[in-house]
Design a protein around this ligand. Structure first.
Ligand code: MEV
Length: 446
């Protein structure tokens, strides 16, 4: 049963596990064994994982799958994907193959600007604060020179600092809105360090400024933090082909398919319930590559959904159209990704995933990740508007059901053949499994 505990983080790993077992596991020994079964036999590698976070007791595995044949801007990519959902990697592979024969994917980075803000409360006069800001701005930049030195060598750094008056929205509220270029780093630590230095300098300069009377020197720095909303760190991925080449389903005329596909995207554009699921399908592809390359999928998710709602209602992130007999399907999404720093140099599988991608820089990774999202979205809408999603989904899910039933490898092979041309349902698998078991039991000599 759950109780509170003091000093849990100070316990050794074994002590933490013992506490967990005695308070939470019905079968203590079995629970401990499961946790330890996932430890790595290489103690150095295990320690590395232990030290990623606090209170580590085990590792949590996700499959790392490979989606090959992604032709992006004329170059082939093999894409690593870390994801638990059965059909995602298969769908990515199918979409890659489909577009490989139709000119491949195009991708372009539309911007790489990152954002950070110092949020402050100033109860005095706006005109005086504006005048002070004009004077102090060079000093804010100067104060960060040490932090930005390496980034400037790589042609990155702080690109602007502006004072924004937000007092209409919240009494006395202003921001120092800062923009950055962080090159191949995602840049969160760099940005936050710059912001904290800027905030301290702003506060101390204001206190020492003779522009203000003593009672006007009251400023409260509420917080200094990057923004994960990065609409100008954005990438576009697209595919296009002649309508006649869009033979996506043998039972459907290419033009009918294109029109139905576009309708499906239009529905996601005007109907938030559908848009959320539509965009979730995009994020299936995006998150899997983001995770495999050691990037922060929560930041990517938050930014993507904020961008989807930028016009005041939640919409599709992708667009589809027909013009001059050409079908075009595209996706624009903010992606603040890094290929250096963070987990990228630490986690052996992350390093290997980047190697599988031919060690891309951040902009190349943005293009690859957006493409994976577009491919996933294409595969989902193609299935949804033709044979339905369940056929392919259940085909991939079959092994999960069979594993749940404790099927042997022979039984799995039997079921794969049995359901080859049938639509799979959970109920039918169980019924056929029981029937097969009965038949097998009857054959065992008593
Ligand atoms: C399932 O993970 C994703 C889909 O629901 C996406 C969609 O409906 O477009 C298939």
């Amino acid at each position: 049963m759950a109780t509170s505990v003091n000093g849990f983080s100070k316990l050794t790993k074994e002590q933490k596990i013992a506490w967990l077992a005695s308070h939470h596991f019905k079968d203590q020994q079995a629970g401990i064994e499961i946790l330890k079964q996932y430890w790595n036999s290489d103690s150095k590698l295990q320690r590395l994982h232990d030290e990623f976070i606090e209170n580590t007791v085990s590792n949590f595995y996700l499959p790392l799958g490979i989606a090959p044949n992604f032709l992006i801007n004329g170059k082939y990519h093999t894409i690593p994907m870390a994801i638990e959902e059965s059909s995602v990697v298969a769908a990515a592979g199918n979409a890659a193959k489909y577009w490989q024969k139709r000119g491949g994917f195009k991708a372009e980075v539309l911007g790489t600007e990152k954002i950070g803000q110092v949020h402050l409360i100033y109860p005095g006069r706006t005109d005086k604060l504006n005048a002070f800001f004009k004077m102090v701005e060079p000093k804010l930049n100067e104060a960060t020179l040490q932090i930005t030195e390496n980034m400037r060598k790589r042609k990155g750094g702080i690109t602007s600092i502006t004072l924004r008056d937000k007092t209409v929205d919240l009494q006395h509220y202003y921001q120092l809105h800062c923009t950055f270029q962080t090159q191949d780093a995602m840049g969160a630590n760099f940005i936050n360090s710059c912001l904290e230095t800027i905030a301290k300098t702003f506060e101390s300069e204001l206190k020492n400024s003779d522009l203000f009377d003593p009672q006007e020197k009251e400023v409260q720095i509420v917080m200094s933090i990057l923004s994960n909303y990065v609409p100008n760190c954005r990438v576009r991925a697209s595919v296009s082909c002649k309508i006649k080449d869009l033979d996506a389903d043998k039972n459907m005329d290419p033009l009918d398919f294109a029109q139905k596909f576009i309708r499906a995207v239009e529905i996601a554009n005007i109907e938030p319930h559908r848009a959320v699921t539509h965009n979730k399908g995009i994020m299936n592809g995006i998150d899997a590559v983001v995770l495999a390359t050691g990037n922060d999928f929560r930041a990517i998710e938050a930014a993507a959904h904020a961008y989807a709602a930028k016009d005041g209602s939640y919409k599709s992130l992708s667009k589809a159209s027909i013009k001059d007999d050409v079908f075009t399907f595209s996706l624009e999404i903010p992606l603040a990704l890094g290929t250096v720093g963070g987990l990228t140099n630490l986690h052996p599988l992350v390093k290997l995933s980047l190697e599988i991608l031919d060690n891309p820089n951040a902009q190349e990774l943005m293009q690859i990740v957006a493409t994976a999202g577009l491919a996933q979205n294409f595969a989902a809408i193609r299935s949804l508007t033709t044979e339905g999603i369940q056929k392919g989904h259940m085909k991939m899910h079959l092994l999960n059901i069979l594993n749940h039933l404790g099927a042997t490898q022979e039984q799995k092979a039997y079921f794969t053949t049995y359901f080859k041309n049938k639509t799979i349902s959970h109920k039918e698998v169980i019924a056929e499994f029981n029937a097969l078991k009965e038949k097998e039991d009857a054959q065992v000599p008593k």
